[in-house]
Design a protein around this ligand. Structure first.
Ligand code: ATP
Ligand code: ATP
Ligand code: MG
Ligand code: MG
Lengths: 226, 226
């Protein structure tokens, strides 16, 4: 499904920041992978590149056999919208739109008609326990509720691949557990999941745990007891 | 130091949301308190009221003997800037400003001259391990680095009271521990600390643990082994 080889990302002009250093990584369809590492080690940068939200400085990226690094912006957006659902570390919800409209957004890009969009959005908001809050705007929701809206938006288009950056960082342990149960159900139905977490207990739900340090993969182990 | 009695907060016009329901709470100078509770239980709402960032719908709030509920907006801002440092759940950094300028902000409000502001800002950025990143803007920092900038900004004015809403939510366990050590040092020097967390391990640093559920205080216990 995805194959990265020699992927690097360097920021800056005079002072260079090597966020990723020659990363080689393969993730198969339907896999469940956790990504861990200290603050600033390159986790979000790697997720942004895998999710086609950012381009690497060097290296090649094959997604479903196609070479991502040679696609133009439009092709990249097409692939991203069809393949991946993204939960950002800082939510990135549209401030003036209701929770329900925020969740509809990926379906608007795909041209899904209004009534069906609304039905699908309400269905996934129900799964994250937010039916009652569907008509609230982000500033009328708590931090944890906003995070669950961001999760619902990532799932509404039934992506082949979920990329979630600290999806439970703002959730209490019960809401966190409910989200992990939902991810496991979707993973069993065939969706690949890649999540960033600082929490060992969350990482242990995954089948494989990859650790980054200073932009390099320092360990990549199967988890015997997910 | 702070004394809340019968504090309620209700949002909305047609559909009413009771975020806080008649809360009575006293916190003394130099105390270290953790606030826990499920997502949506009213933690951030309570912190915003204690930090004079929002007004209650009902009830009285005494801060250092003065009645907060009768102060006008200017008096409220004066008290807030002098007394409290605030770490928001969603950081609220100024996007186009460097980390160092973001940290200087509370000192600009107090009229501290430029060179001294810069010295104090760099000093506190050093304490959170971000000296190298001082000239980066928020979108050139990782999630955990942004959170540490927000913590540095809250501390730069040496407030009598630190209000921190999930201060380690985006930090790996090592950076999180470093932040907790810093809070403990400042608490020993006399600063009152109130922090919201979902993590039992973080809450156990505090001397007292308060639990909210549906806008009510359901438990308020001393922690025997901080
Ligand atoms: N402006 C608003 N209008 C309507 N409801 C609001 C508004 N702001 C907050 N709420 C509601 O008030 C309740 C309490 O929110 P609060 O942000 O205090 O929760 P919290 O305990 O901090 O949760 P979390 O752990 O998810 O951050 C929530 O149900 C939220 O939806
Ligand atoms: N636009 C940018 N310009 C310069 N440096 C950047 C930029 N974006 C990110 N960085 C740097 O790249 C490094 C990797 O950042 P990244 O966001 O991937 O870290 P992370 O592992 O997700 O950390 P966290 O756990 O704190 O979220 C960091 O040191 C960060 O400061
Ligand atoms: Mg990150
Ligand atoms: Mg909150």
């Amino acid at each position: 499904m995805i194959e990265l080889s020699g992927i690097s990302k360097v920021y800056g002009i005079d002072r260079l920041v090597h966020a990723l250093r020659r990363i080689d990584l393969k993730v198969g369809a339907g896999e469940y992978v956790a990504l861990m590492g200290p603050s600033g080690s390159g986790k979000s940068t790697l997720m942004n590149i895998i999710g086609c939200l950012d381009r690497p400085t060097a290296g090649t990226y094959l997604l479903e056999g196609g070479t991502v690094s040679t696609m133009d912006d439009d092709q990249l957006a097409q692939v991203r919208n069809r393949m991946a659902g993204f939960v950002f570390q800082t939510f990135n919800l549209l401030a003036r739109q209701t929770a329900e409209r925020n969740v509809e957004l990926p379906l608007i890009y795909r041209g899904v008609p209004g009534p069906e969009r609304q039905r699908l959005a309400m269905e996934v908001l129900e799964r994250v326990g937010l039916t009652e809050w569907a008509m609230h705007q982000p500033n009328q929701l708590s931090g944890g509720q906003q995070q669950r809206v961001a999760i619902a938006r990532a799932l509404v288009g039934r992506p082949r691949f979920l990329l979630a950056d600290e999806p439970t960082g703002n959730l209490d342990s019960r809401s966190g557990q409910e989200v992990m149960v939902l991810f496991e159900e979707l993973n069993r139905e065939g969706m690949a999941v890649m999540l960033v977490t600082h929490d060992e207990r969350i990482a242990h739900h995954a089948g494989r745990i990859i650790k980054l340090l200073d932009g390099r993969v320092v360990s990549d182990e199967l988890n015997p007891a997910p």
